[in-house]
Design a protein around this ligand. Structure first.
Ligand code: NAP
Length: 332
């Protein structure tokens, strides 16, 4: 049986352990009808990786939900791709992740990699671009004609960094981004934010900019913040959250009839919703916008080794909760 190298996270180890990730020979994944087999050139690490690793109770797991690579083989019903195509995608939380040399993924959630980016630059974007796109255009239902104000809580992070760009390029919204440090302020300004506020003084600083309340609020950091959101969002406004706050109390939002949306980019692949192909299409559109010079990569740290030690280093950076943009690993 042909094998490939996969990098597996081990349970019962912390990131100080040199064997927290191990390289193992595993069978080359068998292709389902809609699958493409991808030779992975670069991956990125997201908080979902660090949370999944920390939550691993037994055995090992192949993490990784972002990749840029080249199609090596296709399943019998694949229509959009052929061997040799350069692709990018996030994948499906219910299947083995991208931390491997060869990886199988459903073509419906795969897009064409931007030709103008290297694999490392490309791998930074898919998971966060899908999350940001679905937030803006599916949850908030924004269009090119939309106007008003959007607060982005956690703008320097992976999702915020592409969401700010998409909102500025594809809608008419005024974007108020949070950033708590001089270097993250500079980063979100360079991405196009109209205003920058400190997330530790959210109510006063947002109210000074939008005294009648903002129309939309995206949050990657919700814990303890709902009362503040209730103050700064206008009556009938909309909030979309992407994080995992425990014991959330949404009652402060009722007085203003504020809508709370959840966005999880894995919902479509996990439930094979009839519209899951929208993820492939939106990745193609993001790719086109990148190649047109409208969007830029959010890669800020490139680790030039896609192996067990490189993963340990990347997980440490992402688990610190202080990364700006994205951490990527590229095959050397
Ligand atoms: N639902 C989904 O589909 C989905 C997809 C992707 C990510 N997520 C989740 O979204 C969260 C964010 O992930 P990410 O990759 O975008 O970013 P991230 O890596 O968590 O972003 C780190 C940045 O966030 C800022 N930050 C830290 N604490 C903050 C706070 N309390 N309030 C506001 N900003 C704060 C910091 O910048 P400053 O302090 O300098 O401002 C830091 O540099 C994670 O919980 C992740 O699991 C969910």
């Amino acid at each position: 049986m042909p094998t490939t190298t996969a990098y597996l996270a081990r349970s019962g180890r912390d990131l100080d352990a040199s064997d927290v990730f191990v390289a193992e020979e595993v069978p080359v994944p068998a292709l389902r009808s809609h699958d493409v087999l991808v030779r992975v050139h670069a991956v990125s690490v997201n908080p979902v990786d660090t949370k999944s690793r920390a939550g691993l109770r037994t055995g090992t797991r192949q993490l990784g939900w972002d990749a840029s690579g080249v199609v090596e083989a296709v399943g019998d019903r694949v229509e959009r791709f052929a061997p040799g195509d350069e692709v990018w995608y996030a994948g499906d939380l219910g299947r083995p992740g991208t931390n491997a040399e060869l990886h199988a993924v459903d073509e419906r959630i795969v897009g064409r990699k931007p030709a103008s980016l290297t694999h490392a630059e490309a791998a930074a974007l898919p998971l966060t671009a899908i999350t940001a796109w679905e937030t803006l255009f599916d949850r908030f239902r924004l269009t090119a004609e939309s106007t008003g104000t959007l607060v982005v809580v956690g703008a320097p992070g992976g999702v915020g960094s592409i969401l700010v760009q998409l909102a500025k390029k594809l809608t008419g919204l005024t974007v108020i981004a949070t950033a708590g440090r001089p270097e993250s302020r500079e980063w979100v300004q360079a991405l196009g934010a109209d205003h920058v506020v400190d997330h530790r003084d959210l109510v006063a600083q947002v109210t000074a900019i939008a005294p009648r309340g903002v129309d939309y609020l995206f949050t990657a950091h919700s814990a303890g913040n709902v009362p503040a959101f209730a103050e700064i969002v206008r009556p009938f406004g909309h909030i979309t959250a992407i994080d995992d706050p425990r014991g959330l109390d949404l009652m402060p939002l009722k007085r203003k009839s504020i809508a709370w949306h959840w966005e999880l980019m894995f919902t479509r692949p996990m439930f094979e919703t009839p519209d899951m192909g929208e993820q492939g299409r939106l990745l193609d559109e993001v790719s086109r916008l990148v190649d047109a010079g409208e969007l830029r990569t959010t890669a800020t740290t490139v680790i030039p080794r896609l192996d067990a030690e490189g993963l340990r280093e990347a997980h440490r950076l992402v688990a610190s909760g202080t990364t700006i943009g994205k951490v990527v690993l590229v095959r050397h």
